[in-house]
Design a protein around this ligand. Structure first.
Ligand SMILES: NC(=O)c1ccc[n+]([C@@H]2O[C@H](COP(=O)([O-])OP(=O)(O)OC[C@H]3O[C@@H](n4cnc5c(N)ncnc54)[C@H](OP(=O)(O)O)[C@@H]3O)[C@@H](O)[C@H]2O)c1
Length: 272
């Protein structure tokens, strides 16, 4: 549990609300330590109803006494947020940004503040099963580093990196990763329907197969290639399917897709 720190979420949409929910459900903070600052009255009302946290539609007022500020807004409103927070961030306050593609330098400069964390969470964070890669500006103290670790662990796993270049890589692999997995699941369900299953049965078969395979792989001492070979008898059904995937250059397509996301993340960062 954190101490009595006050945490302000600037932007309390999907990710901000998920973080608030995760922090409270793991008792890392009490509801009265949280302020959600968001222009959406419906979101604020829902947060009060569900979690009894404090809410505000005024960023500057909300952040005046903050120990930790979490920036969880879309990149396109960030300049407006910088302006709204000008002169309202205490010198000992830690700012944690989950805004995709915006670099540490741009955050430090835009906020005129030295202690800034940049992180890349992913959507499973919304159920506490995400993975967040994060880095920090030179002004972050070791105490603030530990605070961040604790906060991010409420979203799932966390990995600290001391070079910001890994943030772009993480964006391409784990940040965008859930979308690749969902696409693969969609394609597999569609394939099941095409050979004659009802959608309901195809979904149950595919979801359970993916979850079971993942749990099996994570609990096995064998590597992925050994596990694959184990289900691939020579001349059998799996071999027929895998030959088809390899002929379609499945691995190359996946690699190209991740490289495209990586390049896009670098390009977006140049404009931030
Ligand atoms: N969703 C994810 O899984 C995920 C994963 C990794 C990183 N991220 C990053 O997390 C950030 C937030 O994403 P999200 O999905 O939570 O977005 P979201 O659901 O749109 O939430 C953003 C919230 O901020 C509010 N807002 C707009 N302008 C504001 C301002 N000036 N001050 C305070 N709040 C303001 C928005 O209100 P309006 O709706 O009225 O604009 C909205 O309620 C993004 O930068 C995204 O790149 C998200």
């Amino acid at each position: 549990m954190l101490g009595n720190e006050q945490i302000v979420f600037v932007g309390a949409g999907a990710m901000g609300s998920a973080m608030i929910s995760a922090l409270l459900s793991r008792s890392i903070v009490a509801p009265n330590q949280i302020i959600a600052a968001d222009p959406r009255r419906d979101i604020c009302d829902e947060l009060v109803r569900s979690y009894e946290v404090n809410v505000s539609t005024d960023n500057a007022l909300a952040c005046k006494e903050a120990d930790i500020i979490v920036l969880s807004v879309k990149p396109e409103v960030l300049d407006k947020v910088f302006r709204s927070l000008s002169g309202s961030i205490g010198s000992d306050t830690l700012v944690i940004s989950i805004v995709a593609g915006v670099k540490l330098d741009a955050l430090v400069e835009g906020l005129k503040h030295k202690s800034v964390i940049r992180c890349m969470p992913n959507t499973p964070a919304q159920i506490g099963k995400g993975i967040t890669v994060w880095t920090e500006s030179v002004g972050v103290s070791s105490f603030q580093h530990e605070q961040t670790k604790l906060l991010l662990e409420s979203l799932g796993r966390q990995i600290f990196v001391d070079d910001e270049k890994y943030l772009d890589m993480a964006t391409a692999l784990s940040g965008s990763g859930p979308a690749y997995v969902f696409l693969f699941i969609e394609a597999l369900v569609e394939a099941g329907v095409n050979i004659g299953f009802s959608r309901t049965v195809a979904e149950e078969l595919v979801y359970t197969t993916i979850k079971g395979s993942l749990d099996y792989a994570m609990n096995s001492s064998k590597n992925l290639s050994d596990l694959r070979t184990q289900v691939t008898s020579p001349g059998g059904t799996t071999e027929a399917a895998l030959r088809c995937l390899e002929a379609g250059e499945f691995r190359t397509i996946v690699s190209d897709a991740v490289s495209a996301a990586y390049q896009r993340s670098i390009d977006l960062g140049k404009n931030s």
